[in-house]
Design a protein around this ligand. Structure first.
Ligand SMILES: Cc1cc2nc3c(=O)[nH]c(=O)nc-3n(C[C@H](O)[C@H](O)[C@H](O)COP(=O)(O)O)c2cc1C
Length: 186
């Protein structure tokens, strides 16, 4: 199987970095293949510009976005690794979705309605949070990945989603971190 890892964290000493390394080890140990999109490392420009917008309306994208779309197309499983920031994904990842999951690539919208185009894929979401689940529940929100699972992946046809939400990461002991990493699945 081929995976495409979409990784969004700026710090190479972060827990997210350790998760990314663990995921790569798991892929290698299975004999699977992968491509890595490291959004900060490649300084991905996340703003959907006026030119992008015009291109989107004509169902075209520039060469950089075509390269990203090919990496997505080539994979059977998309693995997203990111921290929750302000109850959502980092802006660089949000912008990647805005620009890469374009009309004509991730979905088609015409007189017949909305057609998902990525339904041959599954996804793995591994997200980290700073707070305990109980603390976050007090805000009345119990799911910080719904914008990804329902609002993005389901819409483009991906319903087989392995979702792992890792809470209270900054306050974990090193042995708790170790156990958390060991429990990650792809
Ligand atoms: C800009 C910013 C916003 C954050 N917003 C949230 C939040 O909404 N909810 C939460 O639980 N943690 C929040 N955090 C904490 C991070 O999610 C947490 O530190 C991170 O997931 C830990 O993983 P890391 O060590 O790989 O960065 C935020 C952190 C930053 C820097």
């Amino acid at each position: 199987m081929k995976h495409c890892i979409i990784y969004a964290h700026p710090n190479q000493f972060s827990f997210n970095h350790a998760i990314k390394e663990k995921v790569i080890n798991l892929i290698n140990s299975r004999g699977d293949q992968y491509d890595l999109i490291d959004l900060y490392q490649e300084q991905f420009q996340p703003v959907l510009s006026a030119n992008d917008f015009i291109a989107l309306q004509n169902n075209t994208v520039n060469e950089e976005l075509k390269r990203h779309q090919k990496l997505v197309s080539d994979a059977q499983n998309l693995i997203f690794i990111y921290p929750i920031w302000w109850f959502g994904q980092p802006a660089i990842l949000k912008g990647w979705i805005d620009r890469v999951f374009s009309s004509g690539f991730a979905y088609r919208e015409d007189e017949k309605g909305f057609t998902p185009l990525l339904s041959d894929k599954s996804a793995t979401l591994i997200v980290t949070l700073g707070s305990q689940k109980e603390t976050l529940l007090q805000y009345g929100i119990d799911d910080f990945v719904k914008n990804m699972t329902v609002g993005t992946l389901n819409l483009v046809g991906i319903s087989n989603i392995n979702c792992q939400q890792l809470y209270a990461v900054p306050s974990l002991t090193s042995s708790e971190r170790h156990t958390m990493l060991e429990n990650i699945t792809i």
